[in-house]
Ligand binder design. Sequence first.
Ligand code: FES
Ligand code: FE2
Length: 393
Amino acid sequence: MTTSLPRQDRIRRALELLRHETTDKFDEIIPFEPGEFTDPILAKDERDHVFGRVPSIVAHSSELAKANDFITVTMPRNNIIVVRQKDGGVKSFVNLCRHRGALLEESEKGRCRIFSCGYHRWSYDPDGSLRTITRDSTFGDVDRGDHGLIEIPTEERHGFIWVVDNAKEDIDVAAWLGPEIDGILAEYELDKSVCFRAGGFDEPTNWKIMQDAFLDGYHIQYAHPNTAGKIIHTNVMAFEDFGRHCRFIAPRKSIDRFLEEDPGDENLDKYVTETHFLLPNSTLLRQPDHFQLLTFRPHPTDPTKSRMEQRLIVPTVEDSGMAQERWERLWNKNWEILLAVLHNEDFPLLRDSQRGMGSADAGDMLLGRNEIANQVFRREIKKLVATGRSNIG
Ligand code: FES
Ligand SMILES: [Fe+2]
């Protein structure tokens, strides 16, 4: 178990790595096979033993600000509705009418006092209970308590809404995060920020190829020469492995002024990006003045498809001290830049990567020692799948 250095010391360690033109490294080079991104049996095991077992983030709390606010999410195992309750809590339900299984709510988001089924108009309260059976004198006697919406374990913590995509499991986010990451997230007070914008992208690419690209400090100057490559150093990571989750500091090019000169006591926060990998499927980026959350979800049936969501999480207008209009202009511009990099630079490369993996004779490939966050991601997903398989077998 790692004992963490204070942030300024961790940044100085990243500077030291940069001075020596090196990075923290994994123990060994690991070979891997293309089947990891194409095999339908493995994909099912990941849905069941990863997403059906452990918590993953589906939204920022501010996206469900008021009672009855809801979003719908296609999880790997269930279509769900996530709803803010009257008492301030959050619940999730399988998005399916208990009469004959129509999809209950089609909208991606909204505010709703009842969920009303389009097929025969049964309706449900936001707490999932069955409220109306239309023409119930002819339908026959139904135990309503038994036919409410099916609940999916859900918890709100550190400003995020987490679910375990399995009605039969429990959820304990603090236990899953472990004391280090739980403490780190608590410090950020992300519950006091707002999600300025959330966007989802359905891509013809395995979710792990997608997730890998957003843990990768090795591709920056090659795949993003005129954008991120101009701002962030390539292949320099001051890394911490928390056994399940991990985080790393990458120096920005603005730190170069301290390559020769000692920064003394200067606060170096603005010279780095800190990346947190939250197993199983999130990258949380701490930028000097905001956070960015990236999540990656497998498609419910097809191993070659996934959905990425991006969230820009920023200080509220009040906390920023900016006028509303300036605040909006700033974060809109930021959002547009992020989107352009994704659509023009990352996505085309990753789609083609998926096509490449489809070759019958692709052969095996390599994950280097410098690709340390990718190594941890792969190691931990393999562990979850193996544990799930052995529990069943
Ligand atoms: S399927 Fe929903 S009311 Fe019949
Ligand atoms: Fe990239």
